[in-house]
Design a protein around this ligand. Structure first.
Ligand SMILES: CC(C)(COP(=O)(O)OP(=O)(O)OC[C@H]1O[C@@H](n2cnc3c(N)ncnc32)[C@H](O)[C@@H]1OP(=O)(O)O)[C@@H](O)C(=O)NCCC(=O)NCCS
Length: 150
């Protein structure tokens, strides 16, 4: 069995019970723990589309997550835009296809509700993330990012 087969992830909808493991993964990825931030985030996730916020389990343990949404889904009339808010995979299981599976499932789900284009933001210094997004087919879009320091 190769490395990928032995870690084939199971993708399922994210729930508030995933909080501790998501906090743990986030802290491994970013080097700081943000439990309050994630508690608030998961409350919002439960109000959003259940089809675009997913976790991946590897050997029964949450190994990665993706949080996305489709605009307008809550009114039952989805527009055709989806977006990725955040994605994270436990460094212990990175480069084994976990994020690819999460992203693939999210795209499949979003397409079913009419999404035709997906947006995301990425820090230009986050090379690994940018390379992942590039590998998933993302291109520079027509929108530009503006910011004002106040
Ligand atoms: C970006 C990230 C989600 C990728 O997860 P992953 O499960 O390791 O990605 P995959 O194994 O599915 O990679 C799919 C493809 O993307 C590309 N890729 C992924 N990570 C890469 C990296 N670090 N460098 C170069 N290419 C990369 C590769 O083409 C890869 O295919 P390959 O392994 O066959 O070459 C993961 O590195 C991560 O969580 N990074 C931190 C993101 C972050 O800061 N999130 C916010 C806080 S949680």
């Amino acid at each position: 069995m190769d490395d990928r087969a032995s870690t084939a992830p199971v993708i399922r909808a994210m729930t508030s019970k995933d909080l501790d493991r998501i906090v743990e993964i986030d802290s491994k990825v970013l080097g700081k723990s943000r439990p309050e931030y994630w508690e608030m985030k998961l409350e919002l996730v439960e109000k959003r589309s259940p089809i675009a916020s997913l976790v991946a389990e590897v050997d029964g343990k949450v190994a990665g997550f993706i949080i996305g949404d489709a605009s307008g889904w809550e009114y039952g009339v989805p527009e055709n835009i989806g977006w990725i808010d955040t994605i994270g995979v436990d460094p212990d299981v990175q480069r084994k296809g976990v994020a690819r599976e999460l992203f693939g499932e999210m795209v499949t789900n979003l397409k079913k509700v009419g999404v035709a284009k997906i947006y995301t933001f990425a820090d230009w210094r986050a090379w690994g993330l940018l390379q992942f997004l590039d590998a998933m087919g993302f291109e520079r879009g027509d929108m530009i990012n503006l910011e004002l320091k106040v």
